[in-house]
Design a protein around this ligand. Structure first.
Ligand code: GLU
Length: 428
């Protein structure tokens, strides 16, 4: 099992195999759901601003389309690998199933570093990616969205390229678009708010008062920013935040025992969510080692960065004061760390439940695109809250009933739903 630490897809498969066994799934269902339905690997040659051509590697992985068109973001990252994308596509299937939206799971990526590319280079890259995947994506097949280091502007360029090739207007091809350009109000904050909606429910079950709670968060991108915004609005105190500083190529934790304020964070980050150390100093945050976020004496930890962050090694550093781990990131906790958290009675809100708010509002965005009629901000957030709370309750009730770990309970519900529809379609 040791390679699961380094191979997120092996980790996703180990999680699935464990649940498939417990659910008693037949062999054909296991064979179907433990691997992606389809994947595409390709090159994207881009003429850079200096006149030279650079060849990028791009991917799209579709894990399952049993419950509806495949759905999932596209990541721009220099360390992207096919193993990560396969794992993320698989988790998207379980994510859409656990919140019961009629979509499957997929993920895409390009190995690149947008932080050192001009806007024009990024635009060419987005358009190049769409030209490669055109035959296997679209509103009824597979619908991309933003993820790590991609945003509404990237979605706009991708939508335009798709529309150009398809000779029409198909806003439902992609989600996370700008409001007014086919986007939904509430999409920007959806993932972070969804994390906090789950935490509010977890706190009720633990009979804890959010206004007396402290927390630490890993990551400073979109998910972390809006997790902090709502957590603070509801009265919680975020004492620490960690951030990867791509100039220094190092992770740092910033701490303020009075509380890291959302407005200060918004002022201190660039468009990729990197905190400027000078600005952090101005707002009075103390600068600590990158791992310090995990070692704070707080009630709640919010891993909201990337996969494989809480491991068998560092899980021991988590203080006994921590009652909840709410995973805004995808796959932040390894199976080795899971065993420790379960043994210690930590209430884990697992990734594909906790961070399902983003894709839920993506689904609402598509629904609005199909109607060509747009809801108010309040309507979107009310609908999001309802979806998150009912999914959370179903998972937490099952965990109590079967005396199982929250992640296993979420998997039971999600995998069963996907297995049922795969059977219903006659695939297995
Ligand atoms: N990238 C987000 C996720 O991992 C959102 C996906 C989507 O909206 O399709 O959940």
């Amino acid at each position: 099992m040791s390679d699961t630490k380094f191979n997120p897809h092996a980790m996703a498969q180990a999680q699935f195999d464990n649940i498939a066994e417990k659910l008693g799934l037949d062999q054909s269902t296991r064979d179907l759901l433990r691997v992606p339905e389809r994947e595409m690997h390709f090159t994207i040659p881009i003429r850079m601003d200096n006149g030279k051509v650079k060849v990028f590697s791009g991917y799209r992985v579709q894990h399952s389309s049993a419950r509806g068109p495949a759905k999932g973001g596209i990541r721009f990252h220099p360390d992207e690998t096919i193993h990560t994308i396969r794992a993320l596509a698989t988790w998207m299937t379980w994510k859409c199933a656990v919140v019961d939206i009629p979509l499957g799971g997929s993920k895409g990526g390009i190995i690149c570093d947008p932080r050192i590319m001009s806007d024009r280079e990024q635009e060419r890259l987005c358009r190049g990616w769409v030209r490669r995947v055109f035959d296997i994506v679209g509103p009824t097949m597979d619908v991309p969205a933003p993820d790590v280091m991609t945003n509404g502007q990237h979605m706009g360029w991708m939508m335009d390229e798709f529309d150009t090739l398809a000779r029409g207007r198909f806003p439902g091809f992609i989600t996370g678009k700008k409001v007014g350009g086919g986007g939904s109000l509430g999409r920007t904050e959806a993932t972070g708010y969804g994390v906090v909606y789950c935490v509010v429910e977890a706190l009720k079950r633990l009979k804890m008062d959010i206004t007396k709670c402290t927390a630490a968060i890993q990551g400073s991108g979109n998910v972390a920013q809006y997790t902090l915004e709502l957590f603070e609005k509801l009265g919680g105190t975020m004492v620490a935040i960690s951030c990867y500083d791509h100039h220094e190529k190092k992770v740092f934790t910033y701490r303020s025992l009075k509380g890291i304020k959302a407005k200060d964070l918004f002022k201190s980050v660039d468009k990729f969510g990197t905190i400027d150390p000078k600005k952090a100093k101005t707002v009075g945050w103390e600068k600590l080692a990158g791992s310090a976020w995990l070692e704070q004496k707080v009630d709640i930890l919010f891993p909201c960065a990337k996969e494989n962050e809480i491991t068998g090694e560092n899980v021991k550093k988590i203080k006994s004061s921590v009652r909840i781990v709410a995973e805004g990131a995808n796959g932040p906790t390894t199976p080795e760390a899971d065993r420790v958290l379960f043994k210690n009675g930590v209430f884990v809100v697992p990734d594909f439940l906790a961070n399902a708010g983003g894709v839920t509002v993506s689904y609402f965005e598509q629904v609005q695109n199909n109607m060509n009629y747009y809801w108010t901000h309040e309507e979107v957030l009310t609908k999001l809250r309802e979806k998150m709370v009912s999914a959370f309750d179903a998972v937490a009730d099952l965990a109590v009933k079967k005396k199982i770990y929250m992640r296993d309970a979420a998997y039971y519900i999600a995998v069963q739903r996907v297995a049922d529809i795969s059977k219903y379609r006659g695939w297995v």
